[in-house]
Design a protein around this ligand. Structure first.
Ligand code: DAH
Length: 339
């Protein structure tokens, strides 16, 4: 009996030591200690043993049983320990490694310059106005002194939503919208998208951006307009920038002018960038036409004002020497990364 028990204990210890996972461990437990297990079978056989030997044999079986139980617990702890060690090794994180660098986007070149422009005008006491891109014909044309049959409409052909609703061709309607809402003094810039039904090429796009400016107050003169626009050009293109004003015609300003800056590449000598002119046109401007003031509910006898319109794309192309307007809208990161 004793040898038999020793044999069972030995076999159990060996099987337990070999159990590498909880399932194998449980199989071993059932085999030796379970209801149909080998020790249980021995206990069941106690009735065949002589009465005087029973206590000693019983004691022996119990000793073996508790030894096997201890061995099971030890092995369970070992398996758990091994599993934990394995998990920790597999999940090692080296917190000293440098992080993964995710590519981050950049400001679009149009926005870089637009933000600079806003800064300049905010610094000069202007505020920023915004208005609809889908505009009434009335604001885009009529109220700017461009009636239905006016030839100026030909150069600003646009997309019609209906006879009276268009995609705005210019930010100038913001002049009228502002004057209708606010009494002078008025000092605003109004940046935004504008549309024209132009064929796409290196310098034309059916969608582009303008920045409108409007100042209305008592005693505003052409010299105020010239002063502020020259200051603006110097802040944007550098202190040594030279500007000139050329007479022009816009239906909503009188007198009207265009402002050129002396070519920053050839300094007036003439080069391919300025097409041999020595000058580059950057904006249209003028004194607000008295009729426009009147139509917007402002008395031209009491107030006067000036207005200007800057083409954003053209300004940015000059600034960064970009030769094709289409690059702005293609979202090619190889282009966008350069700014
Ligand atoms: N709206 C004009 C255009 O798109 C530009 C312009 C010219 C705006 C003179 C003005 C201005 O405010 O006074 O061609």
């Amino acid at each position: 009996m004793k040898e038999k028990l020793q044999g069972i204990l030995q076999a159990a210890k060996e099987q337990l030591a070999a159990a590498a996972d909880p399932r194998a461990l449980d199989e071993a437990r059932v085999r030796y200690l379970g209801k149909k297990g080998e020790l249980t079978a021995l206990l069941k056989g106690m009735k065949d043993i002589a009465a005087e030997e029973r206590p000693a044999v019983g004691q022996l079986i119990n000793d073996v049983r508790s030894e096997i139980e201890t061995a099971i617990e030890k092995q369970r702890a070992a398996i758990e320990q091994a599993a934990l060690a394995h998990k920790l090794a597999a999940e090692t994180i080296d917190v000293t490694l440098p992080g993964e660098t995710l590519p981050i986007g950049k400001k679009h070149p149009l926005n870089i310059v637009l933000d600079e422009l806003k800064e300049i005008f905010l610094g000069l006491g202007f505020s920023i106005a915004e208005g609809p891109e889908v505009e009434l014909d009335h604001y885009n044309f009529e109220a700017l002194n461009i009636p239905k049959d006016h030839p100026a409409r030909d150069t600003q052909d646009t997309f019609y939503i209906s006879d009276n609703v268009v995609l705005r061709t210019q930010t100038s309607p913001m002049q009228v919208r502002t004057m209708e809402k606010k009494k002078p003094p008025i000092r605003i810039i109004a940046p935004g998208r504008v549309y024209r039904s132009d064929a796409v090429d290196a310098t034309h796009s059916p969608l582009f951006h303008q920045i409108e400016g409007l100042v209305v107050d008592k005693g505003i003169r052409m010299s105020d307009l010239k002063g502020i626009l020259e200051l603006f050009a110097k802040k944007l293109y550098g202190e040594d920038t030279v500007v000139r004003f050329r007479p022009h015609h816009f239906p909503f300003t009188e007198p009207s002018a265009e402002m050129d800056i002396q070519c920053y590449r050839c300094h007036g000598a003439g080069c391919p960038l300025c097409k041999g002119e020595g000058w580059i046109e950057i904006l249209g401007c003028g004194m607000v036409h008295p009729k426009v003031l009147e139509m917007s509910g402002i008395d031209p006898e009491e107030y006067s004002g000036y207005a200007f319109g800057i083409g954003l794309e053209r300004t940015v192309m000059g600034r960064f020497k970009i030769d094709d307007i289409r690059l702005f809208y293609e979202n090619d990161v190889r282009f966008l990364e350069q700014f």
